[in-house]
Design a protein around this ligand. Structure first.
Ligand code: SAM
Length: 248
């Protein structure tokens, strides 16, 4: 199969990628990640009767295991295009189109979770703090906030001038990664060519190291912050590439 050439202009992040996102993520172990989140949250006293919120849920890939396991779960994302896919896959779930930094929902939750570095899209401390404060305001007594994050080590290792290229089903992708040592930001120029045509999106992530995460979450009012490795649940360090955070 052949597809077109690289368009010169980039589409906004998480717009066209909604068309091909699930094909590219087909091998991701969302179910295992979700079970890890819940089991660690339970060890920290998650109120069992509380509903769940998947923050930066995208196309609902980590919302689905919650729904399938019988939890009452809502999803929230900024991208209408990603949410269109999520709603078509999970018509019984409520999805809110909102910014994680400003959201205001009618429910309180026993577990608010976020996966696949959605929160690395928050590019400065002010945005992360605003998000963490909104999360805290939406947790019920004893509720747990759990998420994964790429660290500096992770973005350097995974994203430093690396190229990922291949086919995911009928989607050809060629992703060029870059880590800027000066700014500390990582970016990926994601070229995809699928049944609905070719496009390029540029995504930027800011790394969060365990020390940043503890400082920011404590500033937002969380009193216990555990930063762990997956799947061992051992304490993580700044040298880990990807960490899992549990805050109460
Ligand atoms: C890499 S995707 C992860 C999606 C999903 N969590 C998954 O694991 O497949 C990141 C998601 O975060 C969302 N996002 C980024 N910044 C956001 C913000 N400020 N508020 C809400 N969603 C945001 C994007 O729209 C995108 O759907």
């Amino acid at each position: 199969m052949t597809y077109g050439t690289l368009p010169a202009v980039s589409d906004p992040p998480f717009s066209r990628i909604a068309e091909v996102y699930d094909a590219i993520m087909a091998d991701v172990e969302y179910g295992d990640w979700f079970d890890f989140l819940v089991s660690q949250a339970d060890q920290r006293g998650r109120p069992a009767h509380g509903r769940l919120l998947d923050l930066g849920c995208g196309t609902g890939n980590a919302t689905r295991p919650a729904h399938e396991r019988g939890f009452t779960v809502d999803g929230l994302d900024l991208s209408g295009a990603m949410l269109d896919v999520a709603r078509s896959k999970l018509p019984d779930v409520t999805f809110f189109e909102a910014d994680v930094c400003t959201f205001d929902l009618p429910h309180r939750y026993g577990l608010i979770y976020s996966v696949f570095d959605a929160l690395n899209n928050l590019l400065d401390d002010a945005a992360f703090l605003a998000m963490a404060r909104r999360v805290r305001a939406h947790l019920m007594e004893g509720g747990v906030f759990a998420f994964d994050a790429n660290t500096t080590e992770g973005l350097k290792t995974l994203w430093v001038d690396g190229r990922a290229e291949g086919w995911a089903g009928d989607v050809y992708y060629r992703w060029q990664h870059h880590f800027d040592e000066t700014t500390g930001f990582a970016s990926v120029e994601a070229y995809c060519d699928g049944p609905q045509g070719a496009f390029t999106e540029v995504h930027t992530e800011r790394p969060y190291d365990p020390s940043d995460l503890r400082r920011l979450l404590e500033q937002a009012g969380f009193t216990r912050v555990d930063v762990l490795r997956y799947p061992s649940a051992q304490p993580a360090e700044d040298t880990d590439e990807r960490v899992w955070v549990f805050a109460i």
